[in-house]
Design a protein. Structure first.
Length: 136
């Protein structure tokens, strides 16, 4: 489990292309895209500057519902999300919440253990595909 609850991988692509790729991957996996938020555009709208930063919110009720059946408050962390962002050196990163961290945060138990494991495995797979990272 990530100490701060976040897992971050480097992307080979720009922020917009990384999120575009993630949208394609999650749709192919049968997941729903609920929202795409361009934080840098929001900053521009208020006369501020922010390095490229985009958030994708996605998932499937079949995956997340067991977590909420276990502890309804887990819904604050669902659906899952991923943030593509550019750091000070121009590197692009893709970050997301560790499913085990979500489980620990909400005190989830055996009732949702299989769903948490499935979310963790699914996130690792779609993130790696979007960032085009080696999955070995």
């Amino acid at each position: 489990m990530a100490e701060d609850g976040l897992i971050t991988v480097e992307s080979r692509f720009g922020v917009t292309e990384t999120i575009d790729r993630l949208v394609e991957v999650v749709k192919r996996a049968g997941l729903l895209v609920f929202a795409r938020i361009d934080h840098a555009a929001g900053a521009r709208d208020v006369g501020a500057w922010l390095r490229p930063t985009e958030l994708l919110i996605f998932g499937n009720p079949k995956g997340g519902t067991p977590l909420m059946q276990d502890r309804q408050l887990a819904g604050i962390d669902l659906p899952v999300k991923a943030l593509a962002w550019e750091d000070e050196q121009g590197k692009i990163w893709l970050s997301y919440n560790d499913a085990d961290w979500i489980a620990e945060r909400h005190g989830l138990g055996n009732a949702s253990r299989a769903a948490v494991s499935a979310i963790a495995a699914g996130m690792e797979k779609v993130i790696a595909a979007a960032a085009e990272m080696d999955q070995s």
